[in-house]
Design a protein around this ligand. Structure first.
Ligand SMILES: C[S@@+](CC[C@H](N)C(=O)[O-])C[C@H]1O[C@@H](n2cnc3c(N)ncnc32)[C@H](O)[C@@H]1O
Length: 209
């Protein structure tokens, strides 16, 4: 994929998925996620929109017990993620699924992660409902996104459908995301910016109760 081929929600072709993996599949940001999300080493973690699985594997490396589940609606992403699977102390599962219909038991997850993913969900409200359903009491959602305003080449999604392009833009705004989380009943919503020479991201954390 050139950086800005059609990125409409879940309509990722095999070619786009492969190109995404080649270009962005192993970004320094992915290796910061464990630290940024302050994961406990015995957590059950779900990565929504896991792409080709780098974060899932980084989390699995950091856990001593628990489990990591990656979901993504793009078949090719799941294929790439499964190919990367390496030995780990904990169970790793991948499922082909969007945020809107998670194939996960209710209330088993400690931390839901979504890295550069939320703005791709075709129905953010239903996705957040699903997040609430799979999280345990006191569980949390951690949204990690690049600082889109500082990456001009990312700003205008090249999307054939104007409505979907507007959706992609809206959910790149941390203000829109935080307001939506609040409207959907999430608690203790915080945002922080993390900057290092090779990584600059926003980290939004929201608790289920
Ligand atoms: C920019 S990629 C990020 C992938 C990965 N999280 C990473 O950081 O490398 C966005 C991902 O969102 C996925 N996606 C698209 N629609 C989705 C949906 N409805 N629910 C969850 N993920 C979705 C895409 O298939 C793609 O893998």
């Amino acid at each position: 994929m050139t950086k800005q081929q059609n990125q409409c929600n879940s309509l990722w072709t095999d070619e786009m998925a492969q190109s995404y993996d080649d270009l962005w599949g192993d970004h320094p940001m992915h290796h910061k996620v464990v630290e940024l999300s302050e994961l406990d080493a015995s957590s059950v973690v779900l990565d929504i929109g896991c792409g080709s699985g780098t974060v899932v594997h980084a989390v699995a490396d950091a856990l001593t017990s628990g489990k990591v589940i990656g979901v993504d609606p793009t078949a090719k992403m799941i294929e790439l993620a499964q190919k990367k699977t390496v030995e780990s102390n904990v169970e790793i599962e991948f499922h082909q699924s969007g945020a809107e219909a998670l194939p996960i038991e209710n209330h088993i997850v400690d931390v839901v992660l979504a890295v550069n993913s939320l703005h791709h969900w075709s129905d953010v409200i239903e996705g957040l409902n699903q997040v609430r359903t799979v999280l345990k009491a006191k569980g949390r959602l951690v949204l990690i996104d690049e600082l889109w305003d500082e990456l001009p080449e990312y700003q205008k999604p090249k999307c054939d459908d104007a409505k979907q392009a507007a959706h992609l833009e809206a959910f790149k705004s941390t203000e829109v995301i935080m307001a939506t989380l609040n409207e959907q009943g999430f608690k203790s919503i915080t945002k922080r910016i993390y900057r290092a020479p090779d990584v600059a991201v926003s980290v939004i954390t929201a608790f289920v109760n």
